[in-house]
Design a protein around this ligand. Structure first.
Ligand SMILES: NC(=O)c1ccc[n+]([C@@H]2O[C@H](COP(=O)([O-])OP(=O)(O)OC[C@H]3O[C@@H](n4cnc5c(N)ncnc54)[C@H](O)[C@@H]3O)[C@@H](O)[C@H]2O)c1
Length: 334
């Protein structure tokens, strides 16, 4: 019988891609999501239950009715700026609600847990960003991710839960058109560079560049973009590793290579064949020059090889999705 996997937050961007990948890999995925930021139309991959992590009764029902072989936890608030303005909301959603889930997992005897952590746990780089880099998050969002990683370590020591914390760098791109998945990035408000540049291209607007005086070759920030389908695959590999009896671990999930904001805009110009204009704006507080992963551990211990590392391919899949999405928006409005 197919292994049953709970995908908490599976109506969101990365969770939906992972639910899709799980189905293709022969797993029985069940999505649990409150649709706070997720999309009802992404609930097409396996069964789903609409519910909230804050509702312990709903979690008990869910776990009593289903024996899960693993839980993947994507649900979170994700807006760094909002976390600074309203930290209480972030500690409640990202820490308290995760604790609810972890206690339900413990009480119902689920053995394997995969957590969506973030490069934000590291804060400003003090050296190469390996998994051993100290935790020094500089905003409440990053602190909530660090807090859940600490909870996981304690639950693992006390109750024997096996977990992987997957520290994503900048998730980007969308399932290729040929996959037929019709899913992609759809945050509201959108704060991520690639969809913002592509929305600007589609609307004939300019793309805002925050800071052009960083200590980087072209003066703009450098980030590590990782295709969402590569992230989905890493989740399956991490889960299989735990199921094979390996110990809990944390892994960086990034391409291991950085691209500047200007390089992203240039890739978007080539892909869209639209000469997106750049509007220069001041730096945003707390943005480091460069954030690039060292991904050797995921490569060697998970056998993970990012397949879609090419920036232009990442932007192309995001652009295909942007056009698909805007067509359905136009259709909804007419
Ligand atoms: N997008 C990135 O670049 C990035 C980078 C690093 C880490 N992450 C982490 O990856 C995870 C997924 O990010 P995403 O971009 O797919 O976000 P998303 O907002 O698209 O998805 C989150 C999903 O969780 C659901 N959800 C939120 N609170 C819930 C609750 N209390 N109960 C049930 N469901 C709930 C939402 O409805 C949504 O479907 C998050 O934990 C995020 O912090 C994302």
């Amino acid at each position: 019988m197919a292994k049953r996997i709970l995908v908490v937050g599976g109506a969101g961007y990365i969770g939906a891609h992972t639910a899709f990948a799980l189905g293709r890999a022969g797993y029985d995925a069940l999505v649990f999501d409150n649709l706070s930021t997720g999309r009802r139309e992404f609930l097409r991959f396996g069964r789903h239950i609409i519910g909230d992590l804050a509702d312990r009764g709903a979690l008990d029902d869910l776990f009593s009715e289903n024996a899960f072989d693993a839980v993947m936890h994507f649900a979170s608030r994700i807006n760094v700026g909002e976390s600074v303005a309203d930290p209480g909301k972030y500690y409640r959603a990202n820490v308290a609600d995760s604790l609810n889930l972890l206690e339900a997992v413990r009480d119902h005897g689920v053995k394997h847990f995969i957590f969506s952590s973030s490069a934000a746990v590291y804060g400003l780089p003090q050296g190469p960003l390996t998994e051993g880099h100290p935790f020094s998050p500089i905003n409440p969002y990053g602190k909530t991710k660090a807090a859940v990683e600490w909870m996981l370590a304690d639950f693992s020591a006390a109750y024997g839960l096996k977990y992987c914390a997957l520290r994503y760098f900048n998730a980007a791109g969308a399932a290729p058109v040929a996959s037929g998945a019709k899913i992609g990035e759809m945050h509201e408000p959108e704060t991520h560079l690639i969809p913002l540049v592509l929305q600007a291209a589609r609307k004939g607007e300019s793309a805002t560049v925050f800071g052009t005086d960083y200590s980087t070759p072209d003066g703009t920030c450098i980030r590590d973009y990782i295709h969402v389908c590569d992230l989905a695959e890493a989740h399956i590999l991490a889960m299989q590793r735990l199921m094979s009896g390996e110990q809990s671990a944390a892994f960086n999930l990034g391409g291991g290579r950085g691209f500047s904001v200007r390089e992203v805009i240039e890739a978007a110009r080539r892909v869209t064949e639209i000469n997106v204009a750049m509007r220069e704006a001041p730096r945003r507080p707390g943005d480091p020059d460069t954030l690039v992963s060292v991904n050797a551990k995921a490569r060697t211990e998970l056998g993970w090889e990012p397949r879609y590392a090419d920036l232009e391919y990442i932007v192309r899949t995001a652009w295909d999705w942007e056009r698909e999405r805007s067509r359905s928006l136009t259709f909804e409005q007419s």
